[in-house]
Design a protein around this ligand. Structure first.
Ligand code: UGA
Length: 436
């Protein structure tokens, strides 16, 4: 069994590395030559815990990288498409990469006897595989789906920061398709990797695409819900959202995950997918009232952080504020849609003097703010002479800080958006989201 993976971004490289480390013959295709050289050197182009080792293991076995789609179309039995579908400035999803990939696959299919199954893992709006990808493949290959090649939709649910664990042991596999033979082969492939006990949903392509959007939108809904509860808790003295979340999370109908209140969700997926579903729903004539409220609640959460800062500092202008954590979540260097970036922008508008720290995301942040803010490479340096420290990303090292670390601050004021210091005996003015 030869596996091709087109697009070595987050999902593609994680998947390729895990399959490769398990001994599968994998050809990864990536158009960015810079990325290709890095991957060949065994260096992932982004930070993901455990990926470097897995990639090295894969490279020692049968994982190869190329820039040539033809190679995988000629040789592979299964071809996973994991190219990005980013958001455009107008909020719509950019399908250009997936369109050009489908057309290149189609052209190569026209010249080969190989009959691979094309498996769409990229997140695409319901109907895209049927109405866009399939016609492009058929037109360029002059072959019919289910005869000259197979076509499956297979959304991905891995999380950044946990990509290796999630890829090795996903909670579910969703397979969407119309032709029984392709579904059977993809099902067998996954059963070989994950065993037969893994929950599998077999459905059509549109439903598989919808599952991905519903999943991410529901996660976003849970976060906005608990953030709203947190904000209410803040106005009731003595209330702590942590205990509220723990209690309601024990109700099996609710579940205990994604109930961590904070500054709002970010990243390259939840905000984008919710926005796409809102647009898609509106175009379909359904006013997505709940989804819009989730989005609005999330956008307003950064204002809650600003108001906590303003309430304590009164005048933000000229004040030295330290931001601890820039990535949209811990164990990641990704700052896409990170609430920290939104907060820095809001504070710069108020003429605050900003110093930032993050264990992994400083280099990415430099590209956004250049010399408008100061970058500290140690927490100690970040806190020295500061008049307010704002904890934004729940990196483990921030949770280990003690009074000794805060002693060099000019004013010991801590705004904790993740409640890392509840129960710690801090000798500081302390305000946390969700604590009244
Ligand atoms: C999300 C989904 O969780 C994955 O299942 C999905 O595969 C992925 O999008 C995708 O579509 O590719 P990811 O963006 O890596 O994964 O990050 P999450 O773990 O979902 O976190 C998103 C944001 O929510 C972060 O800013 C995080 O800090 C925030 N969050 C998460 C909370 O504020 N509270 C929580 O309880 C959980």
């Amino acid at each position: 069994m030869k596996v091709g993976i087109i697009g070595l971004g987050f999902v593609g490289l994680s998947f390729a590395s895990v399959l490769g480390s398990k001994g599968y013959y994998v050809i990864g295709v990536e158009s960015d030559r810079n990325k290709v050289s890095k991957i060949i050197r065994g260096e992932p182009p982004f930070y993901e815990s455990k990926l470097t080792n897995t990639l090295k293991m894969a490279s020692k076995k049968l994982f190869r990288v190329s820039t040539d789609i033809k190679l995988v179309v000629n040789q592979c039995d299964l071809i996973f498409v994991t190219v990005g579908t980013p958001q455009m400035k107008d909020g719509n999803i950019d399908l250009n990469m997936i369109k050009s990939t489908a057309s290149e696959i189609g052209k190569s299919l026209s010249k080969t006897k190989n009959k691979p199954i094309i498996i769409i893992k990229s997140t695409v709006v319901p109907g895209t595989t049927q109405n866009l990808i399939k016609p492009i493949l058929e037109k360029n290959s002059k072959k019919i789906t289910g005869v000259g090649f197979g076509l499956i939709t297979n959304p991905e649910f891995l999380r950044e920061g946990k990509a290796m664990d999630d890829t090795r042991k996903p909670h579910i596999v969703v397979i969407g398709g119309d032709d029984k033979n392709s579904i059977k082969k993809v099902k067998e492939f996954y059963c070989n990797i994950y065993g037969t006990k893994i929950p599998m949903i077999i459905t059509n392509t549109q439903t598989a695409e919808m599952i991905k959007y519903a999943n991410n939108s529901f996660l976003a809904t849970k976060i906005s819900f608990i953030n709203q509860i947190a904000n209410i808790c803040q106005s009731v003295a003595g209330t702590n959202v942590e205990n509220v979340a723990r209690a309601i999370g024990l109700d099996p109908r609710i579940g205990n995950q994604f109930l961590k209140a904070g500054p709002g969700y970010g990243g390259s997926c939840l905000p984008k997918d919710l926005q796409t579903l809102i647009r898609f729903s509106s175009k379909s004539g359904i006013d997505p009232l709940l989804l819009k409220a989730v989005q609005k609640t999330n956008a307003s959460q950064v204002r809650m952080v600003v108001s906590l800062i303003e309430r304590s500092l009164v005048k933000v202008k000229g004040k030295k504020i330290t931001i601890l954590g820039l990535s949209f979540k811990e164990d990641s260097d990704d700052i896409r849609e990170s609430v920290s970036i939104k907060l820095i922008n809001a504070l710069l508008k108020r003429n605050a003097v900003i110093t930032v720290h993050d264990p992994k995301a400083i280099e990415n942040t430099k590209e956004t703010f250049e010399n408008r803010i100061r970058y500290a490479y140690s927490i100690k340096d970040a806190l020295r002479h500061s008049q307010c420290a704002v904890i934004m990303t729940p990196w483990k090292e921030y949770g280990r800080l003690t009074n000794n670390d805060f002693r060099t601050m000019k004013r010991k004021l801590i705004i904790d958006t993740r409640r890392l210091f509840i129960g710690h005996n801090l000798n500081a003015e302390y305000h946390a989201i969700g604590v009244g």
